[in-house]
Design a protein around this ligand. Structure first.
Ligand SMILES: Nc1ncnc2c1ncn2[C@@H]1O[C@H](COP(=O)(O)OP(=O)(O)OP(=O)(O)O)[C@@H](O)[C@H]1O
Ligand SMILES: [Mg+2]
Length: 361
């Protein structure tokens, strides 16, 4: 048996001791816009309390329509919507207003009032709800430190960076003490570093306030950074869903694979391939991408395969990364030797629990 180096396994937030109840449950939800395409096509989805659940999909997939269905900004034509145990479609106006207060919403373009200060923006939903001024002030004093903006109380949106504006958006969404945060492309207008800060803030708030977060994005890197589970949407349907680690390491649908490839970077540049030594006469050279998801490190496996099966193995690319706290490694190998030996080496690696996917050489 090869000497395999164990990568540490971090505990994940994904598998609580006992599954918590669903915060959001959509069942067979459909929505067709008049004269338009089907935006939602029998979507069923359950988001458990306390999780950060991502919805990823290309433009027009139906993501915004889906998230707007959760608080009934968009009414479905068919299906059931349950939020925190309530049948949303059965609520009267007062009930719906109360239900909406338990779901805060964060937008891509922040939607701040330019003539209101930070404090006044955050207080806006409370004003609408008729909360007295003293109580509003007290709530703002709690909210601004939570998002790191206590120094910006009296600033106007024009004086803030994009990340700070989104912090105002998040504080405003939290003003009515919601249990659910709905984020529609909340980081899509931000640069990568600010995106990381805001995603870290969202996760931190989830932990501290025990929020449930439904987060929509077209970027798999966002899902990787912040989500526990993910659903992939295409043409109004959910084509794949599961734990982020599983979806990234074992994508089933080709659309998911293309999303994942953007982050994992399976592709090897043609110039790199061209520099590989050519196989000698009568020998085979095959390329494979090897994914290590268990307690396997990379080098001992490669050197042992090379020895056992008398192969030349070039590591074309490789890296170790982490998804939702779980480590994985991905490597592209070029294996040269007798065809049967290359085959046997790949089979041996698969036997160790590695995923071996052959690529065009
Ligand atoms: N109010 C509307 N009237 C008519 N068609 C609409 C309306 N809103 C959305 N659609 C259509 O429904 C489909 C899904 O739109 P939706 O906004 O939910 O997609 P999305 O995944 O959020 O896209 P993006 O990533 O661009 O935000 C699209 O074909 C869109 O054109
Ligand atoms: Mg959208």
């Amino acid at each position: 048996m090869a000497k395999l180096l164990a990568l540490p396994r971090a505990p994940t937030a994904l598998q609580p001791e006992r599954p918590r109840p669903d915060a959001i449950a959509l069942d067979g939800v459909s929505r067709r816009f008049p004269g338009g395409a089907v935006a939602l096509d029998e979507v069923s989805l359950a988001v458990r309390e306390g999780e950060v659940f991502g919805i990823v999909g290309r433009s027009g997939a139906g993501k915004s329509t889906l998230i707007r269905t959760v608080n009934l900004l968009e009414r479905p034509d068919a299906g059931a919507v349950r939020v925190l145990g309530r049948d949303m479609l059965a609520l009267d106006d007062a009930g719906l207003r109360a239900a909406r207060r338990s779901t805060g919403m964060v937008f891509q373009h922040f939607n701040l009032h330019t003539r209101r200060t930070v404090a006044e923006n955050v207080a806006f939903p409370l004003e609408i709800a008729g909360v007295p001024a003293a109580e509003r002030r007290a709530r703002i004093a709690e909210l601004l430190p939570l998002v790191g903006l206590e120094a910006k109380h009296d600033a106007y949106p024009a004086q803030l960076s994009g990340g700070q504006k989104q912090r105002v958006g998040i504080a405003r969404a939290l003003a009515s003490r919601p249990r659910i945060l709905l984020c529609d492309e909340a980081t899509s207008a931000l640069d990568p570093e600010t995106t990381r800060d805001i995603l870290a803030l969202i996760r931190d708030l989830r932990d501290r306030l025990d929020l449930t977060v439904l987060l929509i994005t077209h970027e798999m890197s966002v899902v990787k950074a912040v989500c526990d589970r993910v659903a992939v949407m295409e043409a109004g349907r959910i084509i794949e869903a599961g734990r982020v680690f599983d979806v990234f390491t074992r994508p089933a649908h080709h659309t998911t694979r293309s999303f994942v490839a953007e982050v994992i970077g399976y592709d090897v540049p043609a110039a790199t391939l061209a520099r590989l030594p050519l196989p000698t006469q009568g020998q085979a050279r095959r390329l494979a991408q090897v994914l290590f998801t268990g307690p396997h490190a990379t080098r001992p496996v490669v050197s042992e395969a090379s020895r056992r099966f008398t192969l030349d193995i070039n590591i074309v690319s490789g890296r170790v990364d982490e998804i939702a706290g779980e480590p994985f490694g991905v490597m592209t190998l070029a294996a040269s030797g007798a065809a049967a030996d290359v085959e046997a080496a790949f089979a041996w690696m698969r036997g160790l629990g590695l995923q071996v996917t052959e690529m065009d050489a």
